[in-house]
Design a protein. Structure first.
Length: 257
C-alpha cells in the first residue's frame, strides 16, 4: 500500500517552514487536522507568509502515511510535535498559533500550556466535541473496529479536494477525543486574543464545538466569523480567500500592539 506522502507528489506534505531575512517580528504556527496533511493548510500558511510573517507547518505523527500508522499514534504524540514546532518560533516578538479542526484543538491546548509563548490563536472549525450520537459511536465501536469511512473531504466546492486518509483510524480518534476533554476542561486558561472561523454548514464538527470554545475561554478579545459557502475543510473550500484575509487582518492587528 502506498502512503499519502508517496501519492502527494509534493515534498511539503512532510511540513513547511519559511523564514524572512531578517527574521519577521511575528511567527505563525499552522496545524493541520486529523487524517490530513500540511498541504491542507499550506495556502493558509502562505497567506501569513505574504503578510510578512515567518511560518512553521509541521507534519503531525502518523499522518501522510497510512491509517494503520496513524493508529499507532495519539493525542500525546501530536501535542508533542506541535510543542516542538512552537519552540522553533522562539525568538519572535509575537507568536500566533492557527489550526484547522483537530489542529484548532491543539492550538488551544498550546495556548493553555504555554501562555507566555503563544500570543494569539486562530482556529478554523475547531474540533473539541462531536455530535452526541457520533461521540457515542466512537466511544463504543472505536474500541472494537479498526476504522470507519473517511471524515476528510467535506467540501462544498465540487472542484476542490484535500489529501487525506480514505479511512478513519478509530483508535487514534478515541485518543483524540480524550485530548479534547483536556482542552474543554481548561478552556478558561485561554486568555490570548482569539479568532474563531466557522462554516455555517459542517458535516464533521458540529457548531456546538465552536460554541463551547467561545463560551469557555477567558480571552478579553474574541471574534467569530461564520462563512456560508463552505463545509468543514474551510481552508480548501469556497471561502478560503476570505478565511485567509480575515486571518491575516487579525494577526496584523494583534502584532501591531
Amino acid at each position: 500500500m502506498s502512503t499519502l506522502a508517496e501519492r502527494a507528489g509534493d515534498d511539503r506534505v512532510h511540513g513547511h517552514r519559511s523564514r524572512a531575512l531578517p527574521p519577521a517580528r511575528t511567527g505563525v504556527l499552522v496545524l493541520h487536522g486529523f487524517t490530513g496533511t500540511p498541504l491542507s493548510v499550506l495556502a493558509w500558511a502562505q497567506a501569513f507568509e505574504a503578510a510578512g510573517c515567518d511560518v512553521e507547518v509541521p507534519l503531525l505523527p502518523g499522518h501522510a502515511s497510512t491509517p494503520a500508522d496513524c493508529d499507532r499514534t495519539g493525542w500525546a504524540d501530536w501535542l508533542a510535535a506541535a510543542e516542538r514546532a512552537l519552540e522553533a518560533l522562539d525568538g519572535h516578538e509575537r507568536v500566533v498559533v492557527a489550526g484547522l479542526s483537530m489542529g484548532g484543538a491543539l492550538a488551544l491546548r498550546l495556548a493553555q500550556l504555554h501562555p507566555l509563548r503563544v500570543h494569539a490563536v486562530v482556529v478554523a472549525n475547531p474540533a473539541v466535541a462531536l455530535h452526541p450520537a457520533k461521540a457515542l459511536a466512537v466511544a463504543t465501536l472505536g474500541r472494537v473496529l479498526p476504522s470507519w469511512p473517511a471524515i476528510a473531504g467535506d467540501l462544498a466546492d465540487p472542484g476542490a479536494s484535500v489529501l487525506a486518509y480514505d479511512r478513519t483510524p478509530l483508535r487514534a480518534l478515541v485518543s483524540q477525543t480524550g485530548g479534547w476533554r483536556e482542552v474543554r476542561r481548561e478552556l478558561h486558561r485561554v486568555t490570548q486574543p482569539l479568532l474563531v472561523l466557522r462554516s455555517r454548514t459542517d458535516h464533521v464538527v458540529p457548531a456546538s464545538s465552536s460554541r463551547r470554545v467561545l463560551a469557555g475561554v477567558s480571552s478579553r478579545e474574541v471574534a467569530e466569523v461564520v462563512y456560508d459557502a463552505s463545509f468543514h475543510e474551510l481552508t480548501s473550500d469556497v471561502d478560503a480567500p476570505a478565511v485567509f484575509a480575515d486571518s491575516v487582518a487579525f494577526v496584523r492587528r494583534v502584532s501591531s500592539r
